[in-house]
Design a protein around this ligand. Structure first.
Ligand SMILES: O=C([O-])CC(=O)C(=O)O
Ligand SMILES: [Mg+2]
Length: 216
């Protein structure tokens, strides 16, 4: 089966209104912080559940949410999303948590990477784990299966979606690492970045104290 993403768009894939993306400088402020610390800065609430995990060791990415809603086991909306990618985008795909059929593999991953995306998160299944690891393209998913996707739609690109029980809007700052995923609403991102500097400093202090704890 062959396919090639087009800019024409499929008639049954809705495209949301144009959204604002965080600039590179703002994204850079999140580069050096762990997802755990960013979650703390958000009050330890609103993080996707721990069932969505990295596909290979060392996955880490920071980017602007490019949201996709797709039918369980179907990748038509994911294919359509390729034409909407701008450098720095982070694909966030609601595949209804379905484990029985992958909604992306290494070919789509290569398209994402070629267009400048920084990573992909799938609340659902993916396939081609070895090839994606070789590409070093960061991917998080709920499961892995060799079963390939149907391509019928419907779906949506650039509308709010939920992954792991949390709503993510297009243009949210998405950070993912070995622990999991966090999304910071663009409106809060500057305040959270400031708070992060304080948290990082206090964590550093606690680490030093822990290292120097007296033996009994
Ligand atoms: O073949 C497909 O339909 C999806 C897939 O495995 C890929 O993106 O590599
Ligand atoms: Mg494949």
């Amino acid at each position: 089966m062959t396919y090639a993403p087009t800019s024409a768009g499929s008639p049954n894939i809705e495209v949301g209104p144009k959204w604002q993306r965080p600039d590179g400088e703002l994204l850079a402020q999140f580069q050096r912080h762990s997802v755990a610390n960013i979650g703390d800065a958000l009050g330890r609430l609103g993080m996707p559940d721990g069932g969505i995990t990295p596909l290979w060791d060392g996955c880490r990415a920071v980017g602007s949410a490019l949201t996709v809603l797709t039918v369980a086991g179907d990748d038509l909306a994911v294919i359509d999303a390729v034409a909407h990618i701008e450098p720095g985008d982070f694909l966030v795909i609601n595949g209804f948590g379905y484990p029985g059929r992958a909604v992306m593999g290494d070919i789509l991953s290569q398209y994402f990477s070629s267009r400048g995306a920084v990573g992909a998160i799938v609340d659902g299944a993916v396939r081609d784990r070895d090839e994606i690891r070789q590409q070093q393209f960061p991917v998080w998913s709920r499961s892995v299966t060799p079963a390939g996707p149907w391509k019928h739609g419907p779906g949506a690109v650039g509308t709010p979606v939920a992954i792991g029980g949390v709503v993510i809007n297009p243009g949210d700052v998405v950070v993912a690492d070995a622990d999991g995923i966090v999304a910071v609403p663009l409106k809060k991102a500057y305040d959270i970045a400031t708070e992060l500097a304080r948290i990082a400093e206090s964590e550093q202090g606690m680490r030093t104290q822990a290292k120097q704890a007296p033996t009994k």
